[in-house]
Design a binder for this molecule. Structure first.
Ligand SMILES: O=C(O)CCC(=O)N[C@@H](CCC(=O)O)C(=O)O
Ligand SMILES: [Zn+2]
Length: 332
């Protein structure tokens, strides 16, 4: 059944509540929320949350998770760590849309009391993550939230490192570099995304991982994600993943978050401008009827996730500058 979990969840078919794996057990906690428990956790095991489909049109991570699950179901991958696997926004995945009513990945904040299906789902997922990390309190918590980006990127695979008071464990950079991540973007403030939730409230090692570009099911080339699959399988087996020098990755720090404040809002550059495209000092980047014009200051800025069509009050782009590789886990 485990190999079918994704398909059956997307088809909204009834599923048994629990079952056995070659090297452990699984248990369904709710729609699109599956926990795998090993017979014998290994000494290196972490408590791992792997989430996909928080945006419904980002299918490559769902296919990648399907490959990992097939390995666990067939016994090729020997479960050695507890895993919480999450299909984030099921109705949006079924419609192949980023979201249905509002962006789920802005709602992971304790105490949010918004009404609607996506706010309800965020509360359900926060509760599932809380309970999972409490059940496995003796193990180091980890959360990778897997996405794909809307447009091309100078670095097709990159990590967003949420803002946090606690440092990133240095091995994370080595693992991500070995897994084919090409760049890291350090957030400069709280952002209430899913990976930020686990990092902020649970002290987990947590990242949003952008794994290429949005494509429909069947339209993804998973070959460049083989090293990422190797990382996920090592975590599932509870063994130390392969590592590589972090200097293989480019590091950036967000300097400014461009917010859409008015109905009359536009970005001055083309919609298909690749992520991490750099703009020279003085370049006019945005016009907003409330906030006015935004120009690049004295140093160049690289644009990430530009989207003029976001809701009013939401982020329309991140503007970042290169920074040195982290020392002891933290940006310098
Ligand atoms: O390509 C885009 O414009 C958006 C891709 C995406 O969904 N990115 C995440 C990043 C989350 C983070 O900042 O950690 C998002 O916008 O939710
Ligand atoms: Zn996404």
């Amino acid at each position: 059944m485990l190999g079918d979990w994704i398909d059956r969840s997307l088809a909204d078919q009834a599923l048994p509540a629990e079952g056995r794996l070659p090297f452990g057990r699984w248990r369904l906690h709710g729609p699109g929320i599956l926990e795998l428990a090993p017979e014998a956790p290994r000494a290196q095991a972490r408590a791992c949350v792997l989430s996909v489909g928080v945006h419904g049109n980002e299918t490559a991570p769902i296919e990648l998770l399907g490959e990992v699950l097939a390995g666990l179901d067939g016994g090729r991958v020997r479960l050695g760590a507890p895993l919480l696997l999450i299909l984030g926004n099921l109705p949006a995945i079924r419609r192949a849309e980023r979201f249905v009513e509002t962006n789920l990945n802005r709602l992971f904040q304790r105490g949010q009391e918004l009404a609607g299906d996506e706010p309800d789902r965020a509360r359900e997922l926060m509760a599932a993550v809380d309970a999972f990390f409490v059940r496995h309190a003796g193990l180091a918590p980890l959360h990778y939230d897997l996405h794909t980006a809307i447009r091309e990127s100078r670095y097709p695979r990159f990590a967003v490192s949420p803002f946090a008071d606690t440092p990133v464990a240095p091995e994370q950079w080595r693992w991500l570099a070995a897994a084919g991540i090409q760049a890291v973007l350090h957030q400069h403030r709280h952002s209430w995304t899913f990976s930020h939730y686990s990092r902020h409230y649970h002290g987990a090692q947590g990242f949003t991982l952008e794994l290429g570009r949005v494509a429909p099911f069947g339209g993804n080339d998973l070959a460049p994600l083989r090293p990422m699959r190797a990382l996920l399988e090592a975590l599932a087996e509870g063994r130390e993943p392969p590592g590589k020098a972090p200097e293989a990755m480019a590091f950036f720090r967000v300097e400014h978050e461009l917010m859409r404040q008015a109905e009359a809002f536009r970005l001055t550059f083309p919609d298909d401008t690749p992520n991490f495209t750099e703009f020279a000092p003085g370049t006019h980047l945005a016009r907003d009827a409330e906030a006015g014009d935004f120009h690049v200051g004295e140093a160049p800025l690289a644009v990430v996730f530009p989207n003029a069509g976001v809701e009013i009050g939401a982020r329309a782009a991140l503007l970042a500058r290169p920074c040195p590789p982290p020392k002891n886990g933290n940006p310098r």
